[in-house]
Ligand binder design. Sequence first.
Ligand code: C2E
Ligand code: MG
Ligand code: MG
Ligand code: MG
Length: 280
Amino acid sequence: RAKLAGRDAIRFFDPQMQAEVSRRAELDAGLWQALERQQFVLHYQPQILADGRVVAVEALVRWCHPERGMISPAEFIPLAEENGVIVPLGRWVLESACVQLAHWASDSARAELAIAVNVSARQFRHEHFVDELIEILGRTGAPPSRLEIELTESALLDDVESVVAKMDAMKAMGVRFSLDDFGTGYSSLAYLKRLPLDRLKIDKGFVCDILVDPNDAVIARMIIVLAENLGLQVLAEGVETEAQREFLVQQGCNAYQGYLFSRPLPVAELEAYFDRQQQV
Ligand code: C2E
Ligand code: MG
Ligand code: MG
Ligand code: MG
């Protein structure tokens, strides 16, 4: 017992862990300032339909830190959710994506492109979320029917009536909804059925071993069948190999996203990628 406690004590002072703790504290404290100093940028990852067309991209935020370089949202979004920066940061993401949408909408070669934006639970629950979205759409002139909002199950775990009312208000304008990271949360199927969703996104955690882990293959197939039966589209994220894509096509998946097609790209590179796809 004493030995165990001793080992834990040593681990607590592990220098690598100390470095991680202080890095996290530093990033946490730096988030507000980063927003003021405009250190965030959106990259866009193409979403590919079964016929190979690109009709939408997912906006993924990055933090261009002056000393630490590009920081992944996987690292700072959880901090932003905890300390509340996610609300103004999420508003900035929505606004930037809508400015981009309006820009593409006025460019005949790219007018069809839609943008999917991640909205975190805390942001979605915020009392002014819907009003602010309406205001942003109006001010930027972005076509609402080209905006898709990606929610996770945690965002939807409020009382179902208020969630549905919020979603309906946005759907009335033409906004679409995806359920991100599907299969990793705890929502019941009965609950899911009541939400006005358009699409399920199969979490990349199931896609990565889909060819080697029979359980993952079964789960992915189940999600595809479920989507079909609920009249929803289904997109697989994290597709890295042609063999994974092929397997998912055979199961009836409608859309794909992953390094096999493209990494998330800065806007100019995304436009070049899209223009190349249009030519083939
Ligand atoms: P997500 O929404 O599930 O986004 C998909 C993540 O998978 C992205 O990571 C993307 O770069 C990565 N990815 C795409 N294709 C592949 C692949 O083939 N293999 C692998 N291993 N990964 C792939 P990223 O950009 O690091 O974002 C991580 C998460 O951070 C997102 O997961 C999302 O939950 C959150 N996030 C990103 N941007 C925003 C944002 O603007 N607002 C909010 N609230 N959350 C965001
Ligand atoms: Mg997403
Ligand atoms: Mg996801
Ligand atoms: Mg994720």
